[in-house]
Design a protein around this ligand. Structure first.
Ligand SMILES: O=C1C=CC(S(=O)(=O)O)=CC1(O)O
Ligand SMILES: [Ca+2]
Ligand SMILES: [Fe+2]
Length: 338
């Protein structure tokens, strides 16, 4: 087995959007992300804490889809390691010299991983002005940084094994009574996750998580959308997660891409950090207050593109968490003896 690249963190996502102006309204005017670079076909955005060029790239395209996920690796040599690692897995691999791929990114490799997602590994990226204390520029949700990717995949155990082989730790899981794996949260940076898996037809992008510093910024985002009669962009929450303990709201952008505004999870950096396991029948797992999870949150997600920009075929999941008889999701039978 070849050596895995040293992944530092989930670094950016490239989304295809069908109306760049509408996407600009949502991601810049509403969420308050900062435009680092803009051209006729794409927007390169970042949060207030991000010193690298971008964490969200919106590229005009015919189909709303996930173009690729991107992880930053620790050294330029780790880009070579990533190329060898995925070649040894027999996966499609494409090396991109600086200037051949996403604007602002240097030497990179893009692969189609075993889950069917197009994933980029890079080290070199252009820098941006330090915005952390440019409070005069902080607007909307005051997005600080990209926190995580959440992907829909039919085989959660396979996803877990793949990311474990890339050196990711596992902070939390949702498991059945026989420990069948419904969902998992995995990390390289020392917080709850860089990537999480939601059981469902895939490969599809479930959402990207954008971190703010404070829960009042999550609430303020919801208030802004309500004030503007744009409340239909609010899909789920605000609320408190069971898994991760984060405070959250889920939004849908004009193309239906899901974005979570997320704050206040926890440290996972000790070498013996233990995985916290939730039972799928615990109705606090996804919302700690037991609020129902809206059906669309389980079922809807963005399709994923291959290395040539074609929509990847999807396969259905073996396990369907939304069908599990649980109380709070409103999908099941509450045992009167409880
Ligand atoms: O980031 C997350 C943290 C927790 C949850 S859950 O709804 O609490 O499972 C979902 C999530 O993956 O979006
Ligand atoms: Ca709504
Ligand atoms: Fe999330």
């Amino acid at each position: 087995m070849s050596t895995a690249p040293d992944v530092v963190r989930s670094a950016y996502v490239q989304l295809a959007v069908t109306d760049l102006a509408a996407a600009r309204w949502f991601w810049v005017d509403m969420l308050g992300m900062h435009v680092q670079h803009e051209d006729a076909g794409a927007l390169h955005l970042r949060g207030t804490d991000e010193l690298t060029h971008h964490s969200v790239v919106l590229r005009a395209g015919p189909v709303a889809a996930l173009d690729h996920l991107a992880y930053r690796v620790r050294t330029p040599d780790d880009v070579d390691k990533a190329e060898r690692f995925f070649k040894d897995l027999g996966r499609p691999v494409r090396r991109l010299a600086a200037g051949e791929g996403t604007h602002g990114v240097g030497d990179a490799v893009r692969v189609v991983d075993p889950l069917g997602f197009t994933v980029e590994f890079f080290h070199e990226i252009a820098r941006g002005e330090r915005l952390i204390q440019r409070y005069d520029l902080h607007r909307g949700a005051q997005i600080a940084r990209l926190d995580h990717f959440n992907v829909c995949t039919p085989d959660i155990p396979a996803a877990y094994e793949h990311y474990k082989s890339l050196g990711f730790g596992c902070s939390e899981t949702i498991e059945g009574d026989e420990h069948e794996l419904y969902a998992a949260w995995m990390y390289r940076k020392q917080t709850v996750h860089d990537v999480a898996f939601t059981g469902g037809a895939g490969p599809r992008l479930h959402h990207i998580g954008m971190a703010t510093h404070e829960s009042h910024q999550v609430l303020h985002m919801a208030d802004i959308l309500g004030s503007l009669r744009k409340e239909h962009h609010i899909e789920r929450g605000p609320g408190r997660h069971g898994v991760s303990n984060a405070f959250y709201v889920y939004l849908r952008d004009p193309d239906g891409h899901r974005v979570e505004i997320y704050t206040s999870d926890y440290y996972t950096g000790d070498p013996d950090h233990e995985t916290f396991r939730w039972n799928v029948h615990d109705d606090r797992r996804r919302d700690f207050w037991g609020n129902a999870v809206i059906e669309s949150w389980y079922k809807e997600a963005s399709p994923a593109l291959d290395l040539d920009g074609n929509v990847q075929p999807i396969s259905e999941a073996a396990l369907d968490e939304s069908a599990v008889q649980v109380g709070a999701d409103g999908l099941g039978i509450i045992d009167p003896s409880e």
